[in-house]
Ligand binder design. Sequence first.
Ligand SMILES: Cc1ncc(C[n+]2csc(CCOP(=O)(O)OP(=O)(O)O)c2C)c(N)n1
Length: 662
Amino acid sequence: MLYDRKALTNEELIQLYHHLLLPRMIEEKMLVLLRQGKISKWFSGIGQEAISVGVMQALQHDEWVMPLHRNLGVFTGREMPLSKLFMQWQGSKDGYSKGRERSFHFGSAAHHICGMISHLGPQLSIANGAALAHKLRKENKVALAFTGDGGTSEGDFHEALNVAAVWDLPVIFVIENNGYGLSTPTNEQYRCDSLVDKAKGYGIEGIKIDGNNILTVLDTIRGIRNYCIENQKPYLIECITFRMRGHEEASGTKYVPPHLFDEWKKKDPVENFEFFLLGTGVLDEATIAQKKAGIKKYIEEELAIGFNADEIVPDIEEEVADVYMSPTLNRQLLTVDRKQSTVDKRFIDGIKEGLHQSMEQHENLILMGQDIAAYGGAFKITEGFVQQFGKDRVRNTPLCESAIVGTCLGLSLEGFKTVMEMQFGDFVTVGFNQIINNLAKIYYRWGQHADVVIRMPCGGGVGAGPFHSQTNEAWFVHTPGLKVVYPSTPGDAKGLLIAAINDPNPVMFFEHKALYRSISGAVPEAYYEIEIGKARTVQHGADITIITYGAGVHWAMDCALKHPDIAMEILDLRTLLPLDYEAIRAAVAATGKVLILHEDNLTGGIGGEISAWISEHCFELLDAPVIRCASLDTPIPFNIVLEQQYMAKSRLDAVVRKLMSY
Ligand SMILES: Cc1ncc(C[n+]2csc(CCOP(=O)(O)OP(=O)(O)O)c2C)c(N)n1
């Protein structure tokens, strides 16, 4: 292997050798421990170390790195205490994830390392967000994300590179091409000659290098880092390497032709570098032996600390409490006198005002969405925003929902807030993984919050067919770590949106499109919050209780007007996660006859959950079975007559009568 030391001093070369040796020796020790049954499996990076190590030595300590499952060198490169790393791998409480995450699936904000989720590709666009933060603040920094050759086949790879290219982000994408994705060889993974050829397709620069040569990796990444900062552009690097062990320890390597191991053994990144250092006289055999003995001792000492860590004592309260970051409640915003100085506004204008005032309040708030800048968004909610707040903060996005959610998360790592507008809530499916697995779980997994609001224009009644009409809140209510808000009045929409933006946790904010321009109400002019998790009694009544939210509130009110002989207690939930159980109990107690109404289809809808809770906790208060009125268990049809039949609203009167006659 040819090494070009360029201007590196002997001292720097020796340091580099140390960094290269450390992950190798840790893994060799882990192999022994695995055979002794003392640790659980992990994904070996033996043979690929030069990439992680070279990358880490080329970056500044406060530049974000998004590693994957084979990147031990990333963690050792930031000099994380080894004992704590061992505790992490042991699943100890004092590791980096309180025993909640496996092997390398964790991060540490203090070390600017963002933990991966198993799905691989989502890491890439988080780097975009961190890079965007640097760009917006005009900092001379990059962010860097890793992917394997297998990961490049994921849509997330395409989306991340595309967004980075279109937005000129200083981000480095590193492909570790080690020949296999589990057992799949590269010729079954992609058709281009080299993965780096893909750079051209995104309009960015790329280079393919020998990933086993530590000096090549270091020098290339240093150069590319400068390029990205100076030119404010992304860069793709394909590092050619080989995985010397199985996909994970215990899975074997039967599918790899043995001659490949022989060939790549000759290219071993550690042994070759050692040979080079010996040949150039930078190190001699004795010093190398001494160095290895020193590292061995260090590993043994740290391992002893790691193995002595206390056993986890499961504590339900702590587990549940760690799902959400505690918001710092601003009492003043909650107690603003909302009766004073109100203006009658449409639902859409309440949302617009909440967003607008939030943009004025938070300089670090960024809006993202398709066509939200000059065009003003599909529903014109952000009309005029780009003129006032500028293109940096009101960002038109390419059609890359997954990458944009990831970018929002990356911005959050750097202290920004984001509101992303899904053009239609239906399109959330293509950003689903980032929401469900990254935004929702990150705080519980390693203590990093995701300060992101996703606006979800939703709902039917406008003859828009199956993909522009869904109200899919139930998908998210099932996911711990998210908050789900669903206002029904203009005043609530404003106050709840402001609260969602101030909340450090990820919030799914549902806005019923049919309410946008059809309803109006008093909207306080002040900047105020409606507390997330607090329901509202719309009206009191003694005959039956309707528990609902969103458009359902208006259906219930219309129904009450139509039936003046029935005294209806109506509860507007306003937030679906967390639910306001106290208010639900009080609403049940008011009548003993409960109807849960929602536009979402029946099976698996939130109505089932609330109904179950009522029968478990309020059984004695009931005078009738809890009844649900929901939409049909079909997709939402386009034809207006079919749609009316689909809608829960068309059955509400009948269900009310049924409950009354019980
Ligand atoms: C979305 C998704 N599909 C499948 C898997 C299962 N899986 C884990 S790693 C892996 C192979 C990844 O190959 P590559 O990206 O080349 O990285 P390598 O493991 O070779 O470092 C697969 C298929 C996964 N984790 N996520």
